[in-house]
Design a protein around this ligand. Structure first.
Ligand SMILES: CC(C)(COP(=O)(O)OP(=O)(O)OC[C@H]1O[C@@H](n2cnc3c(N)ncnc32)[C@H](O)[C@@H]1OP(=O)(O)O)[C@@H](O)C(=O)NCCC(=O)NCCS
Length: 213
């Protein structure tokens, strides 16, 4: 078992993390999958993706749910069914970590990303790079990864066609060295929505969680 840890985001929202140390067969033997999930698993090209997918099911089982409680809408957004109360779920995986976050109150979006220098190459495509000025190289990489995670997380809450990371999602100024939370805005379709953001470092990964204000 490689349940890594949980993080309480607030009184109704908790994120759970699985560190993938097992090989494919060990994970596969321990999860119960419905036929549609089995078919999806078989179509995945990389074993890393397959293990991330299985680790999400390990997390669901760890907290008393299973693959049978999970379904996806037409856009690929996950939902939980058959629960007594309305629950919201968001899922993310990156290399050795899978994460799920469950909220009893509001929709949530999460993203886990490995911290890699490559993020600075693509940063101009998704963010205002003036927000990285005056930072050391490692701090630029870390902050750009957080900002990417903010945009992915908000996108996952909204799940709407046409949202562009650089044109519609804006993080408000924050200091990624001293702070662990910030706020962000989605300006899309003539409306403005605000989000609270929390971010954490886990090993070499950044985890971001977004909640509507
Ligand atoms: C869907 C998307 C958010 C997934 O993010 P990712 O970093 O590739 O992968 P993650 O591991 O973090 O998240 C994958 C999970 O997101 C969830 N997801 C997929 N589509 C989703 C959607 N439309 N809404 C909410 N959640 C979604 C799924 O649970 C998926 O995992 P699973 O299928 O194994 O259950 C991303 O691929 C995407 O389409 N982003 C928006 C497009 C964009 O604007 N890109 C960058 C422009 S510069």
């Amino acid at each position: 078992m490689s349940f890594y840890k949980s993080i309480v985001i607030n009184e109704t929202t908790t994120a759970y993390f699985w560190e993938i140390t097992e090989d494919f067969n060990v994970l596969f033997r321990q999860v119960t999958l419905k036929d549609i999930s089995l078919a999806r698993l078989e179509k995945m090209k990389s074993e890393s993706h397959q293990k991330g997918f299985l680790a999400v099911r390990m997390l669901l089982q760890h907290i008393g749910y299973s693959d049978f409680d999970l379904y996806y809408d037409e856009f690929g957004k996950p939902h939980l069914k058959n629960t007594k109360e309305e629950l919201h779920i968001s899922i993310s995986h990156s290399f050795d970590f899978s994460s799920i976050c469950i909220s009893k109150s509001k929709p949530i979006g999460i993203d886990i990303e490995i911290v890699k220098p490559k993020i600075l190459k693509i940063a101009p495509r998704f963010m205002d790079i003036s927000h990285l000025k005056d930072l050391s190289e490692p701090d630029k990489i870390r902050k750009a990864t957080i900002i990417w995670g903010i945009k992915e997380s908000i996108f996952k809450i909204k799940n709407e066609k046409g949202i562009s990371f650089p044109k519609h999602i804006f993080e408000n100024p924050f200091c990624s060295i001293t702070e662990t939370n910030c706020t962000a805005e989605l300006r899309f379709n003539n409306t403005k929505e605000e989000f609270d953001i929390q971010y954490y470092q886990l090993e070499d990964y950044i985890f971001v969680c977004a909640l509507p204000k």
